[in-house]
Design a protein around this ligand. Structure first.
Ligand code: 6GU
Length: 238
């Protein structure tokens, strides 16, 4: 029984989407995980297959009906009890800790909203975890669901080589840090040289330079992450 993702969506043709071309796509074809995309409209209760209605209290857009979404959730849960994740810009920010948490379980049911979202009552009744992928607004949850799946699947056993596991640790441990910059041949390009130290063969010096560059990037670009670094890491920073 492999890790099982079910996407509940009004646009099932968006799955696996670009994931099909990637590492995750190959792993899918190899049976290392399973993906089902289910049409929410198939769970509509009337002959017009209505899935939404106007917001109570007024305002623009449409809200997905709780009864329809609940029926879609029930059907997905029948295929395996898994956490329900609702992708919404109102959610808690997706981070590597949540990704690890989800990968450690049997899979996930991803609820993708369109319009103005889901009726709050079905979110609460089903105990959905509300997750956002960043502080910007997408037109629907589907691209966010694909992002979450990519992040999860690359951690499944056998999907990626062990080569990246060290880098993985650095971002998912208690104190995440941005990566150092990378260079390759040619050693001079458009008048720009690869930093001397990387060609020196001096492994300790390379390691020190990389740590300094990682710390600089984190401090300058992500003061929020830098503030969470341990005092020893900060003290050793130039
Ligand atoms: Cl999860 N959904 C939508 N519609 N927009 C978003 C998002 C999710 N995360 C960031 N923006």
């Amino acid at each position: 029984m492999s890790w099982h993702a079910t996407a509940l969506t009004l646009f099932p043709e968006m799955f696996p989407g670009s994931l099909g071309q990637s590492l995750a796509g190959r792993a899918l074809r190899e049976g290392l995980w399973r993906l089902d995309a289910r049409q929410i409209r198939d769970f509509a209760l009337d002959k017009h297959r209505t899935v939404d209605d106007t917001p109570c209290g007024g305002g623009a857009g449409m809200v997905l009906r709780p009864d329809v979404v609940d029926a879609a959730c029930a059907a997905a849960l029948e295929e395996g009890d898994r956490p329900l994740v609702y992708l919404t810009p109102r959610g808690k920010l997706l981070d590597q800790a949540l990704v690890r948490d989800l990968v450690a379980g049997p899979g996930v049911i991803l609820v993708c909203g369109r319009y103005e979202g889901l009726d709050q009552r079905v979110i609460e009744a089903r105990g959905m975890r509300e997750v956002s992928i960043g502080d910007y607004v997408l037109s629907g949850g589907e691209p966010a669901a694909l992002v979450l799946l990519d992040a999860c699947v690359r951690l499944l056993p056998g999907v990626m080589g062990g080569a990246d596991s060290a880098a993985e640790e650095s971002f998912s441990a208690g104190a995440p840090m941005l990566e150092y910059p990378q260079y390759t041949r040619p050693v001079e390009w458009q008048g720009r040289a690869v930093p001397e130290v990387l060609l020196s063969g001096h492994h300790a010096a390379v390691a020190r330079w990389r740590r300094e560059m990682a710390e600089r990037a984190t401090r300058e670009r992500r003061p929020d992450l830098w503030a969470r670094q341990g005092d020893t890491a900060k003290a050793s920073a130039g």
